[in-house]
Design a protein around this ligand. Structure first.
Ligand code: SDX
Length: 394
């Protein structure tokens, strides 16, 4: 076939689509959802309202939001046959694997979701089902590994309070949601809600481009997010900070390891493909970490102190400055999740919970724009033509 094929590993210089959803400016550290500044949304909005904004393009009126919120609430319950699938997982199953499996199982329970030509109303039903059931599945994944009974949703509670209650309520004792925790969680989910064409969103788009169902596309996105270079970084950050603490708290030693080309160790939670000055989300989360830990009486958490020391040292180290490596969204988020009582192997599940509306919005935009199936070419570097050799002659 004629024409030069240019290879662009990691698509560092390739635009995959046109999108009206999220705007990033890596140099200026700008992030906007449908034109609204992330700083404003994090301060003034709620995760469910931001979900509506990302998916439908506008901030909802009072009546639009009430209907949306009611629709989501009335779909939080999951078919008992799906709950039976949960019983099949061993308690050491990683919560991300449980989550992506449970989401994919929705296709079996709602076979109409496989029809690429179904109406907008039917697509909206799948969207509402996903937003409603994701917290239930996420909490169940945690209960599975804790060996605790799964809790049913409580429709009298808001989105985050319902999730926290499903996560932490135990039959043996009363559980009251702490509004400080619910508010901190709501803000974290807003900050994770979308981020243009990152690895997991590109995965959702390319799987959806074959006209696979929304549930199958989201399940694929969850698996892409799982990697430590992407959504798994928030878990790696805490493991790194715990290791530094256990090693006497000498962050300078770990900075040296991160700079040593022969050492695979990376400063997790640092660096970003797009942001080359600062990640605006990291700024907001760092302040939230101070506020939440102080409100919870954990302001002297040594992990927070090590994180700040590490950031300070890296910002004054030429290796990191030359490579424009700054804290990203994952650097401080794990410190808050940890303070909220969420275990490290649930951190990426929390990222997926936040990123769900963004994935949905991007999948919906790709389908509404009738984008072609994703099928890139390659430059072949394998063997030239050669004849088959029978086994006895090899
Ligand atoms: C997320 O894309 C998104 O928007 C993602 C995300 C979202 O919201 O969806 O923002 C969420 O995934 C945030 C990133 C979380 N990942 C981590 O924190 C893992 C640690 N960071 C890196 O692995 C890395 O910075 C990436 C993956 C984030 C970006 O990788 P790039 O753009 O491919 O950069 P690179 O790997 O080519 O690194 C450039 C240079 C290299 O050094 P040289 O070869 O030029 O000498 O910087 C070095 C790298 O070795 N480098 C690091 C480093 N990150 C890059 N060195 C030490 N520690 C690091 N963290």
């Amino acid at each position: 076939e004629s024409g030069l094929i240019t290879i662009d590993p990691g698509f560092k210089n390739t635009g995959s689509t046109k999108s009206a959803i999220t705007f990033l400016d890596g140099e200026e550290g700008i992030l906007r959802y449908r034109g609204y500044r992330i700083e404003d949304l994090a301060e003034k909005s709620t995760f469910l309202e931001v979900s509506y904004l990302l998916i439908y393009g506008e901030l909802p009126t009072q009546s639009e939001f009430e209907k949306f919120s009611r629709d989501v609430t009335t779909h939080t319950l999951v078919h008992e046959d799906i709950k039976k699938i949960l019983d099949g997982f061993p308690s050491n199953a990683h919560p991300m694997g449980v989550l992506s499996s449970m989401i994919c199982s929705l296709t079996a329970f709602y076979p109409d979701s496989l029809d690429p030509n179904r109406s907008a109303e039917e697509v909206n039903l799948s969207i509402v089902r996903l937003l409603a059931k994701m917290p239930t599945f996420a909490a169940w994944a945690y209960k599975n590994e804790m060996g605790h009974p799964a809790n049913y949703p409580d429709n009298s509670l808001d989105y985050c309070s319902n999730f926290l209650k499903m996560m932490f309520a135990l039959p043996a004792e009363n559980y009251e949601v702490d509004p400080v925790v619910a508010k901190a969680l709501d803000q974290l989910l807003i900050l994770h809600a979308d981020h243009e064409q990152n690895c997991s969103t590109s995965t959702v788009r390319i799987v959806g481009s074959s006209q696979a169902s929304l549930f199958a596309s989201i399940s694929a996105g969850i698996n892409a997010l799982w990697g430590p270079l992407h959504g798994g970084a928030n878990q790696s950050v805490i493991e790194m900070l715990e290791a530094i603490k256990a090693d006497g708290g000498d962050s300078k030693k770990y900075l040296a390891k991160a700079k040593d080309k022969n050492d695979p160790f990376r400063l997790m939670g640092f660096g970003h493909r797009v942001y080359k000055n600062f990640d605006p989300r990291a700024k907001i989360i760092k302040k939230a970490a101070d506020d939440v830990l102080e409100k919870l009486g954990l302001e002297n958490d040594p992990i927070l102190a090590i994180a700040k020391e590490l950031e300070e040292a890296a910002l004054n180290d030429s290796y990191f400055v030359e490579r424009k490596l700054y804290p990203n969204v994952d650097f401080y988020s794990g410190i808050i999740y940890r303070a909220l009582g969420i275990p490290t192997d649930m951190f990426t599940v929390m990222f997926a919970l936040g990123r769900l509306p963004g994935w949905i919005a991007q999948w919906k935009e790709m389908r509404e724009n009738n984008e072609p199936i994703g099928r890139p070419r390659q430059v072949y570097t394998g063997a030239n033509e050669r004849d088959y050799v029978s086994m006895n002659k090899r």
